[in-house]
Ligand binder design. Structure first.
Ligand code: NAD
Length: 301
């Protein structure tokens, strides 16, 4: 297929490359020179602007930082996209923007899928992403084959916006869960309970979660994770903050009481804004929660 790919950053570039390797004809565009410079030019044709990347394509994929950038790119490309073609947005954006752009697409006779991902840069490079997809079954039937190339698992969550809704619900759980896991390590320290023992118990008990068993925030405990690499991301605290903002915004708009989600947002906002947390993995919140603790059972990480 002829595919336009707009937004070739940390995630978009390897995703576009996988599609090119699978034999699709990729035309790419990014605002930043540095993103373009890093692309394999023999595999990806460069466009001069976003409409140039989108014009006449079967599918256009966007992988952008936020809802505002999706909004402006959509306004520029929808008028030039071929009728019957499909716009697939893989960025993480607010549900309302996804639904608004879906309506604009419908008005222009263009198919739409919101298809945010989990799995991070490692998943994008390795083709092991999970796609959470919103849009009509007919549009899903078109995009599905591409998700198989870029990812390992795809879930069709419902109509337009459902993919973004699933993404922010998942990441609200993740943020709350990571904080709870780190608080448990802080309490274990204070009670002189060995961190490895806490891991051994919790990872096989009812307190277990992905944050504990797969992505353990305590260095030297559990499988390899960013905590074993000085908390280099991984999934940055800045991206977690972004997603918690989106979940809280959706909760506030819909009058849903998400008190733990709100508290997680406050904790990550403080970490990123006041404590230079943006450049660290989101599991580095462990250090914040154990700072100042006096009655520690063992050394700080
Ligand atoms: P990134 O900042 O590395 O890439 C975004 C790219 O979009 C940049 O290169 C930027 O120049 C480009 N861009 C911005 N506005 C543009 C415009 N108007 N036209 C063309 N290009 C434009 O971000 P990323 O890490 O690749 O993340 C992309 C999306 O994926 C985000 O929505 C993020 O929340 C989501 N996501 C990221 C991860 C992760 O681990 N990085 C994981 C899951 C989801």
């Amino acid at each position: 297929m002829k595919i336009g790919f707009i937004g070739l950053g940390n995630m978009g570039a390897p995703m576009a490359q996988r599609l090119a390797e699978a034999g699709h004809e990729i035309t790419g565009y990014d605002l930043m020179e540095s993103a373009i410079a890093a692309l394999p030019k023999d595999m990806i044709t460069l466009a001069s602007d976003a409409p140039d990347a989108a014009r006449g394509k079967d599918i256009v994929i966007t992988m952008l930082p936020n809802g505002e950038s999706l909004d402006s790119v959509a306004a520029a490309i929808i008028p030039v996209m071929r009728q019957g073609s499909c716009l697939i947005d893989c960025s993480t954006v607010d549900v309302n923007t996804a639904r608004t752009v879906a309506i604009q697409c419908k008005g222009a006779n263009i198919r739409w899928l919101d298809a945010p991902v989990s799995g991070g840069v490692v998943g994008a490079v390795g083709g092991t992403l999970t796609f959470m997809v919103g849009g009509s079954p007919a549009s899903f039937a078109i995009g599905g084959q591409l998700f198989e190339i870029m990812g390992q698992r795809t879930i069709h969550c419902g109509e337009a916006g459902a993919g973004q809704a699933a993404k922010i619900c998942n990441n609200m759980i993740l943020g709350v869960c990571m904080i709870a896991t780190c608080e448990a390590f802080a309490l274990a320290d204070a009670l002189a309970l060995d961190r490895q023992k806490l891991f051994d118990v919790v990872s096989t008990s009812s307190g277990n979660s992905w944050s504990m068993s797969t992505y353990c925030p305590a260095p030297g405990v559990g499988p390899q994770s960013p905590s074993d690499n000085h908390y280099a991301p991984g999934f940055s605290a800045a991206l977690m903050l972004k997603d918690l903002r989106l979940s809280q915004q959706a909760a506030d708009l819909n009058g849903t009481p998400t008190r733990a989600g709100k508290l997680a947002l406050d904790i990550y906002r403080d970490f990123v804004d006041s404590r230079d947390g943006a450049k660290f993995d989101f599991s580095a919140i462990l250090n914040e929660l154990t700072t100042g603790q006096t009655n520690r059972g063992q050394q700080k990480p």
